[in-house]
Design a binder for this molecule. Structure first.
Ligand code: ADP
Ligand code: MG
Length: 459
């Protein structure tokens, strides 16, 4: 009898993951997975709890299986066994094991599930607040009336604010409603590009054309990736026209307003801007709290409101950071078999809270620190003076504001004495240019940035 051992493939897959995620994330998830055994086309790993199992499946399972397939030439099924930390057997969190039952049932229960869409990115799981209600309602309208209400629909905003979630929610809703399954394609701009390049390399451009020009619903995530890609834009332009002409709905997401994309042809920009463009903003406290509440409920876990409040108060940047703080806390509690108290939450999240604060710089702090560096008053930076002594530091401050914050050039302009966004864009280009031509510039800018970070971590 042959004895199977896939441990070496598992180890290699792990080391590849290690290189592609942060050290903290790696330690949290992978230090707690152990190799158990192998049988024919199957590997068994042990994890400390069901919560871990669910998280690992959701986050890494595809990557692990794909990597092991590449390495071994076999499709190896990964299965998990839960080995609880034996020290304390107290039921740490009153997990109702709801999630697991759900995830086991999903395949039979939802035969309508679209394979390319993440199951949890649905409208049901999207919490509506003042920051996103316009976008969410437009998305619902489009799902009810694809190709008619607004075409194309484009959602823009900073990272972790729910762009991909809403985009996929539209996909789910239309897919569930369509009787004869419509051709619904979700693709990231990056894989769209890769597919296009591959089709050219293989001398089969028609395959690409046939695929994309005949879809019923096209969802493209992160179109800022198309910047600087001329050939691709040409192809996309034709795809767009074909779909638009036959009234097929298109939805795009982008990390900034279309007007701020660089190196995208004007005709492509004007097409992106044709239908409806809506911005997603960071959520306020109430919405952050509601999102956390919703998340713990769907995980089937009980955490007291004062702890959720603590997270909602301290993490203001975006929803992704809020979710990962919560997950970190739950994972910790499951590992050590402890009930989460406010003290534990404080202790465990101290790093998360401070880095989140640091990335939340105000334009005011930036102006003050730049002014201090150049011996000016920060009022000057906001004022109208155009002397070189003021104009150059002002441009530096604008540049840093764009680097350190999520504000758009329009918002930055308005904080600099109501200047136009083109002035801000010009300033940014100017500083980028001088950083290239003048080797003394970068250290100056880095010094100022450091002082801003120090200042912000104190408050
Ligand atoms: P983006 O694409 O804008 O970077 P994502 O759509 O990936 O952001 O969202 C990041 C995470 O936050 C996802 O897990 C998503 O489900 C969650 N999220 C964002 N907004 C909401 C919301 N309004 N309600 C519930 N979850 C949200
Ligand atoms: Mg996204």
């Amino acid at each position: 009898m042959e004895s199977w051992n896939y441990e070496v493939f598992w180890k290699e897959a792990v080391s590849q993951i290690k290189n592609s995620i942060s050290k903290e994330e790696f330690t949290m998830w992978f230090n707690n997975i152990l190799y158990c055994s192998s049988s024919e086309n199957m590997i068994v790993l042990s994890v400390p709890s069901n919560f871990f199992m669910d998280q690992i499946k959701q986050r890494y399972l595809t990557f692990i299986t794909d990597t092991m397939e590449e390495l071994s030439g076999n499709r190896i099924t990964v299965s998990f066994t839960v080995k609880k930390n034996s020290s304390e057997k107290k039921d740490s969190l009153s997990a109702e094991k709801k999630t697991r039952q759900n995830s086991l049932k999903t395949e039979e229960e939802f035969p309508k599930k679209h394979p390319d869409l993440r199951e949890d990115y649905s409208f049901e799981n999207f919490v509506i607040g003042e920051n996103n209600s316009f976008a969410a309602n437009a998305a619902l309208a489009i799902s009810n009336n694809p190709g008619k209400a607004y075409n194309p629909f484009l959602i823009y905003g900073g990272v972790g604010l729910g762009k991909t979630h809403l985009l996929q929610a539209i996909g789910h809703a239309i897919y569930e409603k369509s009787e004869a399954k419509k051709k619904i394609v979700f693709v990231t701009a990056e894989s769209f590009t890769n597919e296009f390049v591959n089709s050219l390399q293989k001398n089969k451009p028609h395959l690409f054309k046939n695929k994309y020009r005949t879809v019923d619903l096209l969802l493209v995530d992160d179109i800022h990736f198309f910047q600087n890609k001329e050939g691709l834009q040409e192809e996309l332009f034709h795809t767009f026209n074909a779909l638009y002409g036959s009234k097929k709905q298109m939805v795009f997401t982008c990390d900034r307003p279309v007007s701020e994309l660089k190196n995208i042809t004007d005709r492509m920009k004007s097409r992106f801007e044709m239908g409806l463009n809506v911005e997603l903003n960071p959520p306020n406290f109430e919405t952050r709290f509601a999102i956390l509440k919703n998340k713990v409920e769907s995980l089937g876990i009980t955490i007291s409101d004062d702890i959720l409040e603590l997270i909602a108060q301290n993490i203001t940047s975006n929803v992704r950071d809020i979710e990962s703080a919560l997950i970190k806390l739950i994972a910790y509690a499951e590992l050590v078999n402890k009930k989460i108290t406010k003290e534990i939450a404080q202790q465990q999240l101290v790093d998360v809270f401070t880095t989140s604060k640091q990335s939340n710089f105000t334009i005011d702090t930036i102006q003050k620190k730049v002014a201090e560096y150049f011996n000016l008053s920060h009022i000057d930076l906001r004022g109208r003076k155009r002397t070189k002594a003021v104009a150059f530091p002002r441009q530096i401050a604008m540049y840093i504001a764009r680097e350190l914050t999520e504000y758009s050039t329009t918002e930055i302009g308005s904080d600099f004495g109501g200047r136009d966004h083109t002035t801000v864009m010009h300033a940014i280009q100017k500083i980028e240019g001088s950083m290239k031509s003048d080797p003394t510039m970068e250290p100056v800018i880095n010094n100022i940035i450091r002082s801003i970070k120090e200042q912000s971590s104190k408050t």
